[in-house]
Design a protein around this ligand. Structure first.
Ligand SMILES: Cc1cc2nc3c(=O)[nH]c(=O)nc-3n(C[C@H](O)[C@H](O)[C@H](O)COP(=O)(O)OP(=O)(O)OC[C@H]3O[C@@H](n4cnc5c(N)ncnc54)[C@H](O)[C@@H]3O)c2cc1C
Ligand code: SF4
Length: 330
């Protein structure tokens, strides 16, 4: 058995000092991902700094209509928050589509953003994996890759980011507040997670030892017209095979503004900017929704076992936007 030390932090700066000052240290949120990976020997921290007692546990509606969410807010509390349900329904729907009630009661916002990939080879210390052990190779390239990426992957790693919540936050232009050893800053969520390139072991643009302190969602009045659609192998308690978060603002029958993000297709939540661009100013029709999805998915490079994801994401995009357009006319 490998022993580790445990410390319950009460001050964010103290937590960062402790983690940055030790080479094998990790923050502990709800533990629903990290503890599993410790049991599998995938992660072997010598020091765990528990962040759940930090004063980061509140959801604060801002006077301009935006929202600040503390990093230790539990996923279930965030999903149920009345302002989130009313003003950012895409976020509530994404959260409720994830995991199970018990897991959501434990999982924190910070931990959800930093949960690790579900690639089976990453979780199996007996198999080569560049993400877990740089330079050993990628077992998934010619192995089980049905659940893995179709966009933005490299020959070093074809893993996907598994979070549903992060996809909704990408569509909402959220910003991640971090406290790094050199101080505090904000990182746009769409730039927070990295594409794998030749360093899949580096997963975010945050400095080593950085602590997520919160997430800020800017005011977006038309985000009341937003939703999340997730396709998965089972009706509940399963990770996404593909998902779409969308926000739609119509002017008559024309698309005035639209935000689209895809989940389970890349190493990070995938903001579909080409599809958005193709739709602005266009009639809100199923045909145009499909053409916009085609525009985004032209860059897709399916792996041997996941070609189905291209049509899955295409169809999810059309259905999700059509639902929002239909709701706007009611
Ligand atoms: C059976 C099962 C099914 C699931 N299904 C889904 C699903 O369908 N969709 C989905 O999105 N998720 C799913 N999950 C994943 C779940 O959402 C995550 O495990 C959870 O969100 C992680 O949050 P946590 O607080 O428990 O993180 P932890 O396990 O505590 O931490 C995860 C990582 O984040 C780091 N960390 C934690 N907090 C901070 C912080 N504030 N700053 C910096 N680093 C931090 C930790 O060091 C660790 O590396 C599932 C999990 C399980 C076990
Ligand atoms: S896809 Fe990434 S996580 Fe999976 S085996 Fe390859 S390198 Fe490892």
């Amino acid at each position: 058995m490998r022993t580790f030390r445990y410390h319950r932090a009460t001050d964010p700066a103290e937590a960062v000092r402790m983690v940055a000052g030790e080479s094998e240290a990790a923050y502990l949120g709800g533990g629903t991902n990290l503890v599993d990976l410790m049991k599998l020997s995938v992660q072997r921290p010598r020091l765990l700094v528990d962040v759940t007692r930090l004063p980061l546990g509140s959801v604060e509606p801002l006077s301009d209509g935006g929202l600040r969410i503390g990093a230790t807010v539990r996923n279930s509390d965030l999903a149920a928050h009345p302002v989130v349900r009313r003003d950012f329904p895409v976020l509530t729907r994404a959260l409720l589509a994830a995991a199970s009630g018990q897991l959501r009661n434990m999982a924190t916002v910070g931990g959800n953003l930093l949960q690790r990939t579900r690639c089976v080879y990453f979780q199996d210390v007996g198999k080569p994996c560049n993400k877990r052990e740089p330079g050993t190779g990628c077992s998934a390239l010619e192995g089980q890759n049905r659940d893995l990426a179709i966009l933005g992957w490299s020959t070093s790693c074809v893993a996907t980011h598994p979070s549903d919540m992060a996809v909704a936050l990408a569509a909402l232009d959220a910003r991640v507040e971090v406290l790094e050893p050199d101080g505090a800053r904000e990182i746009p969520l769409t730039e927070f997670h990295r594409l794998p390139g030749d360093r899949p072991d580096l997963e975010t643009t945050m400095a080593p030892g950085g602590l997520i302190t919160g997430v800020r969602i800017p005011a977006l009045p038309y985000a009341r017209h937003s939703t999340y659609r997730k396709a998965r192998d089972r009706a509940s308690f399963a990770f996404a095979a593909g998902s779409v978060a969308a926000v739609l603002d119509l002017d008559g029958g024309l698309v005035r503004e639209v935000r689209i993000a895809y989940g389970a297709v890349a190493h990070r939540p995938w903001r579909a900017r080409l599809a958005e661009e193709a739709l602005r100013g266009q009639p809100a029709t199923m045909e145009n929704f499909g053409l916009a999805a085609d525009e985004e998915l032209a860059a897709a490079r399916p792996l041997p076992n996941n070609g189905f994801k291209v049509s899955l994401i295409h169809n999810l995009t059309v259905r999700t936007l059509a639902d929002l357009a239909e709701a706007a006319t009611r």
